[in-house]
Design a protein around this ligand. Structure first.
Ligand SMILES: [Zn+2]
Length: 138
């Protein structure tokens, strides 16, 4: 089935390295060369120390569930997937990413554990865009 949900513009200059990484199956994050912290979402300056000295690095694609919610209502293409689970992922390298969580049963939220280990995966949404999702691996 064709991907029928919103697709980002990968040519936005600040986020382009992130989307290029997704296309190649790699999680790329900006890292501040002043305080050495990675952050998400990509920004022109470091959100921790306000330095504009940033570089892009490939990170592990590993993390942990910080928190989650079961979505029973949605719009557009997402409406067809309800119920589904959204989660905030604590990245192994620091900071946090919002995702639609894979590998869980939205009808059994009691089985989803805060702190569960997750790994990133990429889904092709178009010829030029792949989107990151996280999957529970334990
Ligand atoms: Zn910094």
């Amino acid at each position: 089935m064709a991907y029928n949900k919103p697709i980002p513009d990968p040519e936005q200059y600040i986020t382009k390295p992130f989307w290029d990484g997704c296309k190649e199956g790699k999680l790329m994050l900006p890292r501040c060369t002043t305080c050495n912290r990675t952050h998400f979402y990509p920004r022109a300056i470091c959100p921790f120390c306000q330095s504009d000295s940033l570089e892009w690095v490939e990170v592990s694609g590993e993390g942990y569930i910080h928190t989650f919610a079961v979505q029973h209502r949605a719009f557009g293409g997402w409406a067809e997937e309800t119920p589904f689970v959204t989660a905030f992922i604590d990245l192994k390298e620091g900071d946090r990413m919002l995702t639609v969580l894979r590998g869980v049963d939205p009808l059994k939220p009691e089985d989803i554990k805060i702190g569960a280990k997750v790994k990133i995966e990429f889904e092709e949404a178009s010829d030029t865009v792949s989107l990151p999702f996280w999957r529970v691996v334990e």
